[in-house]
Design a protein around this ligand. Structure first.
Ligand SMILES: [Zn+2]
Length: 574
């Protein structure tokens, strides 16, 4: 056996290549722990990792995939394990892409415990039923269509009631508490500074005399996020599983961010327009409320002006979440706590108004006065924000201001990427409003933030698994980490498993290939949809050009565009 191990160590570089199954056969018996990447692998959503030890099966997160048809199909897929065999879910935070499939896990037979901080649990109490409600409404709409087409009806992923019921499996844990899952495994949650109640999770697994420590960053907070503390520093790990959402770019610095924000809002209002802010109901919304209110000498005049402008938070979920924020003030940073001690409420100010009912929400679009509307969902995929975009996107005096990450394929991403028109509720809406983005509000550390966080390790990890990012971003971050610290990085595919045997990590196969054909078809369909939109846009331009005299070079440009489109279509169909 010793000879085999030496042999394998020598082949470390090619371990993840063609020797895959050969290595699995040799090492299967000696692996004392296996980690499988079931979501947030080469993508930013669907966070879910399965850790199997000799005694326990533990999930770290059980999140929902967000996007379009392909992501929806992924959510509906059966779990790649038997849910009734899972002992624990360790939840890093309440965002739906980390928690959204817990109700499905529950109805599929999970009877273990979900460990999460108090604030994360309270947020899940409102966010998961809200997600269940969205599933029900979407299926109801779809079933009406299917009934008319004589097709069989479909079931929601889970209902609001399922989500309420699954909450009984939650157990609240405190930051920095040592929690023993059994005699061989213990875990500790540390503040990740990403959203209220968010955690980095440290896991120690003992095998005989040997102990291996895994650290899951969850979503790692950005520095200087309003309200929240900085991400905890972790001093040691054998293996790190790290998010990479903003791993290839740098955020604007905090001061610029506040200034830019105030300028955009005041300019738009002075021009007689509205500012529409698509925002995650939880986290960003409360930070923006704080940013709008915080007294800064430097921006005194602008802040004065702002106080006369009504700011509507139009998301029932954001209202509940704001209440939860108020009930967890101990999680806030020093600055916020000082602010509270001085008698101020950081989550309230004179112009702030909350709209609860759908009628109140609709009434906003009839109002004459200019306003700021903060509404969910943050990626414009669902919820009231779609109505506000429908009413405001086509007017040039308005601004749509993005403050959060926009995943590929979402309506938010299309608008941010410069689409000239978009479809909302089946209606074509022109994008004439000013489109702005401030990524400094991001709850995620940027490239430097991630590197700095690694630099703080006293005993650096042997390997880093890069997750929760788009593939190109992950490549950039992996190279940076490798060049800066000399640590080997692995970017796992969805379904990839790794066996841990002492110092040696081996790839233990890819489990999720049974539906591969289906997913390929779904992504081809998505690409064709994009091409279809481009073709429609080009047709529109050509029709317009018939009416006006075009310069030769403009006609040439159109021809080139058409050629590129033709080529793209051939590539997709291939
Ligand atoms: Zn998150």
């Amino acid at each position: 056996m010793k000879i085999m191990q030496c042999d394998l160590i020598k082949r470390k570089v090619s371990i993840y290549g063609e020797y895959l199954y050969y290595i699995v056969l040799i090492f299967k018996r000696s692996d004392f722990m296996k980690l499988t990447f079931l979501g947030a692998a080469k993508t930013v959503t669907g966070s879910c990792f399965l850790l199997e030890t000799k005694t326990k099966k533990v999930l770290i997160d059980c999140g929902m995939f967000q996007g379009h048809a392909k992501e929806h199909a992924l959510n509906c897929e059966n779990f790649a394990f038997n849910p009734s065999e899972i002992d624990y879910v360790l939840l890093t935070h309440a965002h739906i892409d980390h928690s959204g499939r817990i109700p499905k896990l529950y109805i599929d037979g999970f009877k273990g415990e979900v460990l999460a901080t108090k604030a994360a649990t309270q947020l899940c109490e409102v966010m998961l039923p809200d997600s269940g409600h969205i599933q029900e409404v979407e299926v109801e709409w779809l079933n009406k269509k299917r009934a008319r087409a004589n097709k069989h009806l479909v079931q929601p992923l889970y209902t609001m009631q399922d989500a309420i019921d699954c909450m009984r499996l939650f157990r609240k844990v405190s930051y920095n508490e040592e929690i023993h899952l059994d005699e061989n495994i213990h875990v500790t949650f540390r503040d990740a500074g990403h959203m209220l109640g968010s955690s980095i999770i440290e896991i120690w697994v003992r095998d005989g005399k040997e102990e291996t420590k895994l650290v899951f960053t969850g979503d790692l907070g950005n520095i200087h996020i309003p309200l929240l503390r900085e991400p905890s520093i972790i001093l040691d790990a054998d293996y790190l599983i790290m998010e990479s959402t903003y791993g290839d770019r740098l955020h604007e610095d905090s001061e610029n961010k506040a200034e830019k924000f105030l300028n955009i809002v005041t300019d738009t209002i002075n021009n007689g327009g509205n500012v529409i802010i698509p925002s995650f109901a939880v986290g960003r919304t409360q930070e923006i409320i704080y940013e709008l209110h915080k007294d800064k000498e430097k921006y005194k005049d602008k802040l004065e002006r702002l106080r006369d402008i009504p700011v509507y938070v139009d998301s029932p979920l954001a209202i509940s979440a704001t209440e939860i924020f108020k009930g967890n003030l101990e999680c806030f940073d020093e600055e916020t706590r000082r602010y509270i001690e001085s008698g101020e409420n950081p989550l309230d100010f004179p112009g702030l108004r909350f709209t609860r009912s759908a009628d109140e929400s609709k009434a906003l679009n009839e109002m004459k006065e200019n306003m700021v509307i903060i509404s969910a969902s943050g990626m414009c995929e669902a919820g009231r924000i779609k109505h506000h975009l429908k009413h405001n996107l086509w007017k040039p005096e308005n601004t749509v201001l993005f403050v959060g990450y926009q995943a590929q394929g979402t309506l938010g991403r299309k608008i941010l990427d410069g689409a000239k028109k978009v479809k909302i509720f089946g209606e074509e809406i022109f994008v004439n409003a000013r489109i702005q983005s401030i990524d400094g509000f991001s709850g995620h550390a940027d490239k430097d933030g991630l590197l700095q966080w690694i630099r703080n390790f006293k005993k650096r990890p042997k390997k880093i698994f890069i997750v929760h990012g788009e593939p190109e971003t992950q490549e950039v971050l992996a190279n940076e980490i490798n060049e800066t610290f000399g640590i080997e990085c692995i970017i796992p595919d969805r379904g990839a498993s790794f066996g841990f045997s002492g110092m040696v990590v081996t790839k233990a196969g890819v489990a999720l290939c049974e539906n591969k054909q289906k997913f390929i078809r779904l992504s081809v369909l998505e690409q064709l949809d994009v091409l279809k939109e481009e073709l429609e846009e080009l047709t529109e331009i050509l029709k317009m050009s018939l009416k006006e005299e075009k310069e030769d070079h403009e006609i040439l440009d159109l021809k080139t565009k058409l050629k590129n489109l033709e080529k793209a279509m051939v590539d997709v169909l291939k």
